[in-house]
Write a protein that binds this ligand. Structure first.
Ligand SMILES: O=C(COP(=O)(O)O)NO
Length: 249
């Protein structure tokens, strides 16, 4: 397969300057495989991006948790892709379910954002995932395929995109997907790529899992052939031993 393992820490809307410094100090001590084996990104809130970028070890990367859909201007409160590039922030998370559901970001809006961010030179973690109601009604694949299609219709190059499957019912709930559940959706998404983009995109695009990942469940999840890594929320705020377990050893 040869897809480099990818671990992202999505800190969401959390942290103080002191807490951020503490987490970064612990990450800087973490024992992880070399960057050619595991790619690690840390995603603090916007206000801490320069601080984290300046303090974080050079083999880890920084991601923003969002960016605006077009060039900056009269869009009060937004942060543009150009600003992230100017700050030297290489990654951005887009389409997180908390933004899709709370801020009504549509599939098309997310697709446009991904296309614009890539065009500015950013690398993108694009999030997809179904709600519990959608899973229970059997429409998981229809939902995540539609979310992925809205991106695929707007970009031609997936080499700077990591797709994060994050079932909404697993985010922040402690109800992590079983390895079989994660593998099933990841495998179906890879088949979708094969049929709708290209065999090469299907083979090379990393599909990572997010939703209550922690030190206790990550190893078994990581053994699944189509799970290429994680987007960790709550557990990424902890500066204890869990970080030593989040990586596929
Ligand atoms: O939203 C998540 C996952 O959050 P949790 O690990 O807290 O479920 N990642 O982007």
């Amino acid at each position: 397969m040869g897809r480099k393992f990818f671990v992202g820490g999505n800190w969401k809307c959390n942290g103080t300057t002191e807490e951020v410094k503490k987490i970064v100090a612990t990450l800087n001590e973490a024992k992880v495989p070399p960057p050619d084996v595991v790619e690690v990104i840390v995603s603090p809130p916007f206000v801490f991006l320069p601080l984290v970028k300046n303090l974080l070890r050079p083999d880890f990367q920084v991601a923003a948790q969002n960016c605006w859909i077009k060039k900056g201007g009269a869009f009060t409160g937004e942060v543009s892709a150009e600003m992230l590039v100017n700050l030297g922030i290489p990654w951005v998370i887009l389409g997180h379910s908390e933004r899709r559901l709370i801020l009504n970001e549509s599939n098309e809006f997310v697709g446009e954002k991904v296309a614009y961010a890539l065009a500015q030179g950013l690398k993108v973690i694009a999030c997809v995932g179904e709600t519990l109601e959608q899973r229970e009604s059997g429409s998981t694949m229809a939902v995540v395929a539609a979310q992925t299609k809205a991106i695929a219709e707007r970009i031609s190059n997936w080499s700077n995109v990591v797709l994060a499957y994050e079932p909404v019912w697993a985010i922040g709930t402690g109800k992590v997907a079983t390895p079989a559940q994660a593998q099933e959706v990841h495998s179906e998404l890879r088949k979708w790529f094969h049929a709708n983009t290209s065999p090469e995109v299907a083979a090379t695009t990393r599909i990572i899992y997010g939703g209550s990942v922690n030190g206790g469940n990550c190893k078994e999840l990581a053994t699944q052939p189509d799970v290429d890594g994680f987007l960790v929320g709550g557990a990424s705020l902890k500066w204890d031993w869990e970080w030593d377990h989040v990586f596929r050893i």
